[in-house]
Design a protein around this ligand. Structure first.
Ligand code: MG
Length: 367
């Protein structure tokens, strides 16, 4: 199976409700779709959304990295030696993790199709069912409590609440308002998206512990680069602390694991540079007995289908944050994963199971 052609397409999908975190507000999901065609007719899809404030990738940089830098190295290469291909992708340029992920996902789609296996089974096939949490965007306490109640009514039993945008007293008001509204049966995890300072984070988390807010975990309380600060928070709180923006690569994960700087790791294909590197992070975490979540950027069903298949394949991936396609005003593909409330149904078709790319959200003038 030889790589014959690699193409990019731009999609823009409006969100039905703005997605707000400590770092950004998103109203339209923009993404670069990568389509790889092999000489035996197998076609694979991948995608990369630009998340400037986290990965540094932009629409233009993703397109340039894929078409001008990675593609020339891959055309004519055989997927029977896939390790050589992944080596070429990662050696082609530093950074640009999302661009690499888009190509990597499309290649895994091809490889699993060639093996006539759904991607989750191709990668190991561990979990038979996975359920997603749902994100409560950062807003006023009243708004967030109303949103949380709405998501619970829709059947979600785990809420990921965005905090870290304003002063900590406001965050505590937000969580208190949510807890009062939804009761104690729903699991709440927080994501501060780097918004707190280490001592502030410890103070806030300790206060939440003492007031019985029952927070399952806190994701990325401090700046991505502040590993000492992350460790300080982990060492000085009872609540589990999860590293997200602090872990892009397997090397980042190694540092966190060796120094016990976090209790959990959030793996995202767009940070890791695709499934090949994400798998290394999961396996390495497993060596340390550390569980992982798999999450995503604001991706369409293409990226989330890949992430969900990867997440379902590994035993120490125990948490799933795949609500992004539910925030979009429409689907960009036929096939892939399907949602039934919080339940995610993986597709039984080989690869990602994408039957077709819909044209509704294609940006004209790109090729
Ligand atoms: Mg996060």
């Amino acid at each position: 199976m030889i790589i014959e052609k690699i193409e990019t397409l731009n999609l823009a999908v409006p969100l039905h409700t703005p997605f707000k975190t400590a770092l950004r507000t998103v109203t339209v999901a923009e993404t670069v779709v990568v389509k790889i065609t092999c000489d035996n007719g197998v076609v694979g899809f991948g995608e990369a959304p630009p998340t400037h404030v986290i990965t540094g990738d932009s629409l233009a940089s993703i397109d340039y990295a894929v078409t001008k830098i990675i593609t020339p190295q891959l055309i004519g290469q055989s997927l029977l030696q896939s390790e050589r291909i992944f080596e070429k992708i990662h050696a082609a340029l530093v950074g640009n993790s999302s661009a690499k992920a888009a190509v990597d996902i499309a290649l895994y789609d091809c490889l699993a199709q060639q093996a006539n296996s759904p991607l989750a089974q191709y990668l190991g096939g561990y979990h038979e069912r996975i359920e997603t949490d749902y994100t409560v965007s950062v807003n006023s306490p009243q708004q967030m409590a109303a949103d949380a109640e709405d998501y619970c009514k829709k059947g979600f039993t785990v809420l990921k609440v965005k905090v870290g945008k304003d002063e900590i007293a406001t965050d505590i008001k937000r969580i208190t308002a949510i807890r009062e509204k939804i009761g104690n049966d729903v699991l709440i995890r927080l994501d501060a998206n780097q918004g707190w300072k280490p001592k502030e984070a410890v103070r806030a988390i300790n206060e939440m512990e003492q007031s019985g807010l029952a927070i399952e975990l806190v994701e990325q309380p401090v700046k991505a680069h502040d590993i000492q600060g992350l460790k300080y928070v982990t060492d000085n709180t009872d609540t589990m602390i999860m590293a997200d923006e602090s872990v892009f690569s397997p090397r980042d994960a190694k540092r966190i694991l060796e120094t016990c700087s976090a209790d959990l790791i959030n793996i995202k294909l767009m940070k890791a540079g695709g499934i090949h590197e994400a798998m290394k992070i999961a396996k390495l975490a497993d060596v340390y007995g550390v569980e992982c979540m798999v999450g995503s950027m604001i991706e369409t069903k293409i990226g989330i289908t890949a992430a969900a298949n990867f997440a379902a394949s590994q035993p120490n991936i125990t948490r799933f944050d795949f609500d992004a396609p539910l925030m979009l005003s429409g689907d960009v593909i036929e096939g892939g994963i399907e949602y039934e409330g919080k339940q995610i149904h993986l597709n039984d078709a080989p690869g990602l199971g994408i039957a077709k790319l819909k044209e509704d959200f294609l940006q004209k003038g790109m090729d």
